[in-house]
Write a protein that binds this ligand. Structure first.
Ligand code: BES
Ligand code: MN
Ligand code: ZN
Length: 494
């Protein structure tokens, strides 16, 4: 992980990064005279206008015996007053460009006249730098460091270290490191990341930050009647787990329950998926990874107004000899019977048990689940917005605002009794699928049956959890989506 520190303006660096805005009129400029001179030449040539995403690298000539930076990278911030997201993106561009050089350390100068306060800039730059420099090379013994930009080890943000600036740095680091942790879990292939690994990882990370972890195994699930998780795991040799991580500040504080889908490989089961692209279904645990990683940040930051409990139901979905068959009827925690018409709609089955159990046991003030639940959300929203469905407008608005602030935008879809009717079964209380139409809503309508009156929001991240490579600070592969949204929501909880 990239190390980021705050230090007052060091001189003569391997590389120094400057961010500049594109003025409405005239050429971009910089208050540092030597950089301004270089910039003026690049701007005069027309090569650099400081538009968003642009950058230019200089090797300044030593003049007058002054100590100078070996390299100067200037990154464009775009025309208007930069948004928080523009700062993260510019940091992502910076880290990608610095990564092309041999520099191991870089100094980043804070952008000027942005309208954003210094602590906010520090937090955003820290997030963008750490998230942008993330690479997963665990299984590449001959990884090419030049290609991967992995030379950069540490960044100094040029600012005076005060209580306030250090706190901003810590916020940025906690958020970005948690998102990178979620990416790490997701990047593990299915044979190296099974339901047991979720339980193990929870214990490992809880240890350092004083969280309580408990794990329900197959025997406990049988006693509790969790027919959903048990049913889905039936076709696999890997035993299922339900990992519970608790952060408790006070018995009087409200509890937020987080539930993440931890399907460590989804073949579809007997309703087998086509083979093309099936390898991507190792990412079907990104929701579980997101809530577990969020708990790392919660444990470090220790919010004072909120208890947070995370549940990660985890299983494989394979077509083994004992697998669930289309038409089978299972009984969920709490007693509802479900006809499994399609074994590939398994996420809702494992989430149903976790939601019903978590709500009964922890009596949360609100519950949020996050899941790679439906391919339909990709048809509807593509890869740039997470689908959001909720039974409570206030909670929904809070989640939307948190996602916006985190640069992880969401879009609400409707729910309603008409949709619920589509899930009527002729043999059981309800069935797990209907026709393809409105698939994301039907998935949520199914989950809604298990949350009762508790304010609930459901995040369908099937389109945003991976392969969403449009952003400088989100490399190819799993994005770590949801972690910073949940953390933003927790930090601002009232
Ligand atoms: N994990 C998948 C959803 C998914 C699909 C996530 C593509 C990411 C990319 C889920 O378990 C699933 O298979 N859903 C089915 C539901 C259908 C059978 C009603 C789907 O979307 O096709
Ligand atoms: Mn499936
Ligand atoms: Zn799935």
């Amino acid at each position: 992980m990239l190390k980021v520190n705050i230090k007052a303006a060091p001189t003569a660096n391997e590389i120094a990064v400057y961010f500049v805005r594109q003025p409405a009129k005239g050429k971009p400029s910089c208050s540092e005279p030597t950089v301004n001179e270089l910039l003026a030449r690049a701007a005069a040539s027309g090569d650099f206008t400081a538009k968003e995403g642009q950058s230019v690298l200089f090797y300044p000539a030593a003049g007058g015996g002054k100590k100078i930076d070996q390299r100067v990278l200037v990154v464009g911030l775009g025309k208007e007053k930069p948004t928080a997201e523009a700062i993260r993106k510019a940091a992502g561009v910076a880290v990608a460009q610095v990564g092309k050089t041999k520099a191991k350390e870089t100094v980043v100068r804070l952008p000027e006249k942005t309208g954003l306060a210094i602590p906010e800039l520090l937090e955003l730059l820290t997030e963008g730098l750490i998230l942008g420099s993330y690479r997963f090379q665990k299984y590449q013994t001959a990884a090419d460091p030049e290609e991967n930009g992995s030379q950069l080890k540490s960044v100094v943000l040029a600012a005076s270290p005060t209580k306030e600036t250090q706190a901003a740095l810590a916020r940025g680091m906690n958020a970005a490191e948690a998102a990178c942790l979620a990416r790490n879990m997701a990047n593990e292939p299915g044979n190296h990341w099974t339901p047991t690994h979720f339980a193990r990882e929870a214990k490992r990370l809880a240890h350092g930050v004083g969280l309580k972890v408990s794990v329900l195994g197959k025997a406990e699930m049988q006693k509790l009647g969790m027919g959903g998780i048990l049913g889905v795991s039936q076709g696999s040799a890997q035993p299922p787990t339900l990992t519970i991580v608790e952060y408790r500040v006070s018995p009087k504080a409200p509890t937020l329950l987080l539930v993440g889908k931890g399907l460590t490989f989804d073949s579809g089961g007997i309703s087998l998926k086509p083979s093309a692209g099936m390898e991507e279904m190792k990412y079907d645990m990104c929701g579980g990874a997101a809530v577990l990683a969020t708990m790392q940040a919660v444990g470090r930051e220790r919010p004072t107004k909120l208890n947070v409990v995370a549940l990660i139901p985890s299983s494989e979905n394979l077509p083994g000899p004992a697998a669930l068959k289309p038409g089978d009827v299972i009984t969920h925690y709490g007693g509802k019977n479900v006809e499994v018409v399609n074994t590939d709609a398994e996420g809702r089955l494992i989430l149903a048990d976790a939601l019903a159990y978590g709500i009964e046991k922890y009596k949360p003030a609100a519950v949020i689940d996050i899941a790679t639940l439906t391919g339909a959300v990709i048809i509807g929203l593509g890869h740039h917005r997470t689908g959001l469905l909720a039974n409570d407008d206030t909670l929904c608005d809070k989640v939307v605002a948190a996602g916006e602030a985190a640069g992880e935008p969401l879009w609400r879809l409707p729910l309603g009794p008409e949709y619920r009717k589509q899930l009527k079964s002729t043999v059981a209380d309800l069935k797990n699928v209907d026709k393809r139409d409105g698939g994301t809503i039907l998935g949520a309508a199914f989950l809604q049956e298990f949350v009762g009156k508790t304010p609930w929001a459901h995040l369908d991240i099937a389109g945003t959890a991976w392969s969403f490579t449009e952003k400088s600070y989100v490399p190819k592969g799993p994005s770590g989506i949801g972690v910073r949204t949940l953390l933003t929501l927790i930090r601002s909880w009232k």
